[in-house]
Design a protein around this ligand. Structure first.
Ligand SMILES: [Zn+2]
Length: 157
């Protein structure tokens, strides 16, 4: 056991203790937000609990409320900035004992809508170079740049 980046206890050989788990967008004492670099799904983020907690029901009420507020803040920002047709929230975490939520903006013309992004079904080919998709990627970058200030100014423990 060693002190992690946040001061939280980290566990050797755990990929989510050793690395951010994506491009770090914001890091707080309990949680972090990382961007998943996937050209097909701009704006895809993960909200990761820094310590080893596997299930939502292991968190005390205050921690759960804090996590919920962060998810709502990020989701509202995604809706405002990216205007997706839907946002998928998924908590899987079968591989590492770090409670984390995948937050995935979805569009009706993405490559597997309405299937989950992990579905092997590719519903339609995606023209990544189209202005629509490059615009979405730019908006996602701008959103990630704005999130730290938003989270810092809005959040209280
Ligand atoms: Zn870990």
């Amino acid at each position: 056991m060693a002190m992690g980046l946040s001061g939280a206890m980290s566990v050797a050989d755990c990929p989510l203790c050793d690395t951010a788990g994506g491009v770090l967008v914001w890091r707080g004492a309990y949680l972090r937000v990382v961007a998943v670099e996937d050209a097909d799904f701009p704006g895809f983020c993960r909200v990761i609990w820094n310590d080893h907690v596997a299930e939502m029901s292991e968190l005390d009420a205050k921690s759960r409320d804090y996590l919920w507020r962060i998810l709502n803040l990020v989701e509202s920002s995604m809706r405002a900035e990216l205007m997706p047709d839907k946002i998928n929230l998924a908590s899987l975490g079968n591989v590492v004992p770090h409670l984390h939520w995948h937050m995935i903006p979805r569009w009706r013309d993405d490559r597997c809508f309405p299937e989950p992004i992990w579905s092997s079904a590719i519903v339609r080919p995606l023209d990544r170079e189209s202005p629509v998709w490059s615009g979405r990627r730019s908006a996602a970058k701008a959103l990630c740049a704005r999130l730290p200030q938003l989270l810092n100014s809005t959040l209280t423990w």
